[in-house]
Design a protein around this ligand. Sequence first.
Ligand code: GLN
Length: 189
Amino acid sequence: MKIGVLALQGGVAEHIHHLKALHCETVEVKRPEELDDLQGIILPGGESTTIGKLLRKTGIFYKLKEKITNGLPVWGTCAGMILLAKNIENDEKAHMQVMDITVKRNAYGSQINSFLTYKKIDGICSKKIPLVFIRAPYITEIGSDVDVLCRVDDNIVAVRQKNMLATSFHPELTDNLQFHKYFIGICEK
Ligand code: GLN
């Protein structure tokens, strides 16, 4: 199983660590050629405006968008989720627009409003796992074929649409591997 992590900016090393712990071969994707032969790709957290600019500058943008549209499994965490969204409620510029969701950036406020909570998520974990939110977005609208996996205080924070998974929070910043296992399961199909 070879899984890429988009490595232009943001929390790359932590995702690589979790994937390796689950015996995946990993690729840090910095150039379009590195998208070839992947069974899945993770778009990490960071700053979506910066990653969006670098996606275009490196020429990864359209190749990645096409691969996702053709079924490549993708998981966006936080800024990664913003890159996948069709609409951004509080920003003029959307990015890849492959996932039928509307997101609100920095929906919980600034860095000091970052928080940790615990949730049990059906289909992913049978016990409560830690969810870390850092200047996180949440989802304000979803299309009819988007499944909600998790809500926190009524706000949607994890969704799946076919080959695409998106979370407002950062499982890579905890010791828990359940979300990475779940994504690897999507990549195996
Ligand atoms: N606030 C960031 C953005 O809007 C996302 C934060 C994160 O990825 N932890 O891009």
